[in-house]
Design a protein. Structure first.
Length: 277
């Protein structure tokens, strides 16, 4: 079981699957590496794929300290890559994973930090995919009050159903069965304090000023029916990042990468296989 160590000593669990050019898969807020389970093997067939448990999730350490932030998570990713002996990799971040991928301030970056995905450390990043994510609250489009109310219901079963419907279409939920295991609904092993710290980290994210510095070839992917992280964030990112491409998946909701894997995975793999130059 590979364990890297963050700068503050927190243990960071990660796994490596497959072979080929390295690809880091970054999961959503309050979720572990299991987020990628439904599609990880498809990526590992073509890449040396790295998945990790964010601090506070899975088998990583769970400090009750003020070390949870998107810049901090990015430094954790770098610690994992250093431990795995990977100097350069593609990055595919979805939801909060996309915020981590696009959101480390150069002013705050530490030595060997991920930086602004190539702006500060261009040798570390090859190609970048930002899925169902946003530049952050100050300039991004936030979810509506009806969505926030649905997710904060006191009735846990009703809140879970609301989250399911934000992640997947009704048809997909019916085919899978509502009581099936869904890896996108949050890590059930997280204690409340780490869940609160993850929420705070996502709420504080702001990458707007740094987006124009991203030098890596970038693909922005989003579902057209995503209300959890509104689709309007996709063009904001694509217009702000130099030469970025955007692809909207018709009818897809937040977990497009799972439900629409038949379209989304080949799309991403094709983009990653292109030669930069």
């Amino acid at each position: 079981m590979p364990l890297a160590q963050a700068a503050d000593g927190t243990a960071l669990h990660y796994e490596v699957h497959g072979s080929g050019r390295p690809l880091v898969l970054l999961s959503g807020q309050s979720n572990s590496r299991r987020w990628w389970d439904p599609v990880r093997d498809d990526f590992a067939a073509a890449h040396r794929t790295v998945v990790l448990d964010w601090r506070g999730t899975g088998e990583s350490g769970r400090p009750d300290t003020d070390t949870y932030s998107t810049p901090g998570f990015a430094r954790d990713v770098v610690a994992v890559l250093d431990h795995a002996g990977i100097d350069r990799a593609h990055v595919y971040g979805t939801s909060m994973g996309g915020r981590v991928a696009d959101g480390v301030s150069p002013a705050r970056a530490q030595p060997r930090a991920w930086g602004r995905l190539g702006a500060d450390h261009p040798g570390r990043v090859d190609r970048l995919v930002l899925g169902c994510t946003s530049p952050g609250a100050p300039h991004g489009v936030e979810r509506g009050p009806e969505v926030r109310a649905a997710l904060s219901q006191a009735d846990g079963a009703a809140a879970r159903r609301s989250l399911l419907e934000l992640m997947y279409t009704p048809g997909w939920i019916a085919r899978q069965g509502e009581q099936s295991v869904f890896h996108t609904l949050g890590d059930p092993t997280m204690p409340p304090y780490t869940r609160r710290r993850h929420l705070r980290a996502g709420a504080r994210h702001d990458a707007w000023d740094a987006l124009p510095r991203i030098a890596a070839p970038t693909l922005v992917v989003h579902g057209t029916d995503d209300l959890f992280n509104p689709t309007a964030n996709a063009p904001l990112l694509a217009e702000r990042i130099p030469d970025a491409r955007m692809r909207l998946l018709a009818g897809a909701r937040h977990a497009y990468f799972e439900e629409f894997a038949g379209v989304a995975t080949p799309l991403v793999l094709d983009f990653l296989s292109e030669t930069s130059g």
